[in-house]
Design a protein around this ligand. Structure first.
Ligand code: SF4
Length: 458
C-alpha cells in the first residue's frame, strides 16, 4: 500500500466503522482530524502498525528509521508466542545523519539481506517511519528487489508516524496484510468450520483460553490475526468461512474488505465476561449455519457455565456489591463492565474514549440510568469520579495505577501491559482472583490508617 493522501483518507473514513457512519450523518469530521502537535495521541501510526503486525511470531520486523522509533515501540505489548520468538528481536536500520542526507535505501536493502541470512525468517515486514517517509526512501521498491534476491516475502508497511494515530496505524497494518499476505498461500485442506480471529493479539496468552473452546466445538481457527500467528496461516486466511472481529474498530477494514473480496462474512465479538463469551460462541455457531453445531454449542455453554459458577462462587461472595470505576478504551469499555457485573460488582463509571456508537449503546444498557460515562479523562477527573461515587476500586490501564494509589484504593491493570489472562471462561476465574487479591490485600488497612504522629495520644 502506497500511503497516498487518498488511501489515508479512505482508512480514516472506513465505512465499516460506526464512528464514520455517525460522522457522515452529523457531518462531524473528527475521524479525519490530523494528530495535533504537542497533544498526547496515545501512539503514532507506526506504533499502531507494529501493534497489529508484530504478533506474527516467525517473521522479522524491521524498523526503517532512527533507532528511537524502534525503542519507542519495542516490547510495549505482552503478545506471547507458542513457538518462534523471532518477533521479539528488535531490528532497525538505525539511520544516521549521513543516511538522512544521502538516503537510506542501500542501508535498508543490506539490512533485509542480513536478516534473511542470519535469522532465516518466514517473512520480513519493513516499517517506514517519519524520517524515512520524509526523505523519500522508496521502501516498496526496495522490498520488491530484496524479495527477489532472498526468495522471502518482504512486506512494506507505509506507517510513517505523522500520518495519524495508533488506530490508523492498526488499519495500515491490516492493509499491508490485505495487499501482500492474505491470499498468497493455500491451506493443506479446508473445512466448513474454518474461521479467522481478527484483532486478538494474544496479550498475556489470552488466545490460549479461547482456542480450546473452538476446538471442543470442532471449529478450526484457520488464522489468528495476529496473536501467536505464523506467517503461513495469515497467508491462507482467505479460505475461512467466517471472520470474528475481536476488537471491532482496530482492524475493521480487514473484516469489510475480506467480505468484499473473498465473500467471508464477519461478526463482532468479545471474550470478556460470561455473557459475552456465550454470545460470541452462539453467534459463531449460528453464522456457520449448522444446527448440530448450534446444539453442541449450547451444550458446551451449559457445561462451562455450570463449572464456572462453582469456581466463581467463593469470589462472588467476596466481590458482591463492590463499587468500581472502569477507565479503559474501545470494546473493553463495555466488555470489562459486563465481566465485573457477572461477578456481582457495581460499575459506577466507565470511559467511552475510542468507543464506537455501538459500544456506547452497550455501555448505557449495562450501566443503566445511574452510571457515569467519561468521554475524556485525566487523573484529576478520575479522582473526582472515584470520590463522588465512593468507589472501592479502579480498573484501568497501567498508567493510571498511581491515580488509584493517590485515592488509596486498589487497582487492576486491564490494558496491554497486563500479565494475566482475562479472556474466556478460565479468564473469568483469573480475573476474579486478581480482583479479590487486590481488594482484600491487608496493605489497604495500613495505608488508610493515620500516620502515628497524627494520632493523638490518649
Ligand atoms: S514514526 Fe515518527 S512519530 Fe512515530 S516514533 Fe518514529 S519519529 Fe516518532
Amino acid at each position: 500500500m502506497i500511503a497516498t493522501q487518498g488511501k489515508i483518507n479512505q482508512l480514516l473514513t472506513e465505512s465499516g466503522c460506526e464512528h464514520n457512519q455517525h460522522s457522515q450523518k452529523k457531518n462531524n469530521k473528527s475521524c479525519r482530524q490530523q494528530a495535533q502537535p504537542g497533544a498526547a495521541q496515545g501512539g503514532c501510526a507506526f506504533d499502531g502498525a507494529m501493534i497489529a503486525l508484530v504478533p506474527i511470531t516467525d517473521a522479522a520486523h524491521l524498523v526503517h528509521g532512527p533507532i528511537a522509533c524502534s525503542g519507542n515501540s519495542w516490547g510495549s505489548r505482552g503478545s506471547l508466542s507458542s513457538g518462534s520468538s523471532l518477533y521479539k528481536m528488535g531490528f532497525t536500520t538505525d539511520l544516521t545523519e549521513n543516511d538522512i542526507i544521502f538516503g537510506g535505501e542501500k542501508r535498508l536493502y543490506k539490512a533485509i539481506l542480513e536478516i534473511a541470512d542470519k535469522y532465516n525468517p518466514k517473512a520480513v515486514f519493513v516499517y517506514a517511519t517519519c524520517v524515512t517517509a520524509l526523505i523519500g526512501d522508496d521502501i516498496d521498491a526496495i522490498c520488491k528487489i530484496a524479495a527477489k534476491k532472498t526468495g522471502l516475502p518482504v512486506i512494506p508497511v507505509n506507517s510513517a508516524g505523522f500520518v495519524g494515530s495508533k488506530n490508523l496505524g492498526n488499519r495500515i497494518g491490516g492493509e499491508a496484510l490485505l495487499d501482500h499476505v492474505v491470499g498468497t498461500a493455500e491451506p493443506a485442506y479446508t473445512t466448513s468450520y474454518d474461521i479467522n480471529l481478527i484483532g486478538e493479539y494474544n496479550i498475556a496468552g489470552e488466545i490460549w483460553n479461547i482456542l480450546p473452546l473452538f476446538d471442543k466445538l470442532g471449529i478450526r481457527v484457520l488464522a489468528k490475526i495476529t496473536g501467536d500467528a505464523r506467517y503461513q496461516e495469515v497467508a491462507c486466511a482467505h479460505r475461512a468461512k467466517l471472520n470474528i472481529m475481536i476488537c471491532s474498530k482496530a482492524l475493521i477494514n480487514m473484516g469489510r474488505k475480506m467480505e468484499e473480496k473473498y465473500n467471508i462474512p464477519y461478526i463482532e465479538g468479545s471474550f470478556y465476561g460470561v455473557e459475552d463469551v456465550n454470545q460470541c460462541l452462539r453467534n459463531t455457531a449460528e453464522k456457520l449455519g449448522n444446527i448440530n453445531l448450534q446444539w453442541r454449542t449450547e451444550k458446551l455453554i451449559a457445561e462451562e457455565t455450570a463449572a464456572l459458577d462453582v469456581a466463581l462462587a467463593p469470589y462472588r461472595d467476596r466481590l458482591k456489591g463492590k463499587r468500581v470505576v472502569v477507565y479503559t478504551g474501545g470494546v473493553k469499555s463495555w466488555s470489562i463492565v459486563s465481566a465485573a457485573k457477572d461477578l456481582g460488582m457495581e460499575v459506577t463509571a466507565t470511559s467511552t474514549k475510542k468507543s464506537t456508537e455501538e459500544d456506547k449503546a452497550r455501555i448505557q444498557q449495562l450501566l443503566g440510568g445511574n452510571g457515569i460515562t467519561l468521554e475524556k479523562g485525566n487523573p484529576e477527573e478520575i479522582l473526582r469520579i472515584i470520590k463522588e461515587t465512593n468507589a472501592d476500586m479502579l480498573i484501568a490501564g497501567g498508567r493510571n495505577q498511581y491515580t488509584a494509589l493517590k485515592a488509596r484504593i486498589p487497582f487492576l491493570d486491564i490494558n496491554q501491559e497486563r500479565h494475566h489472562r482475562y479472556a474466556g471462561y478460565v479468564g473469568m476465574i483469573e480475573m476474579a482472583r486478581e480482583l479479590d487479591e487486590a481488594l482484600h490485600s491487608p496493605v489497604w488497612e495500613q495505608i488508610r490508617k493515620s500516620a502515628p504522629w497524627k494520632v493523638k495520644e490518649k
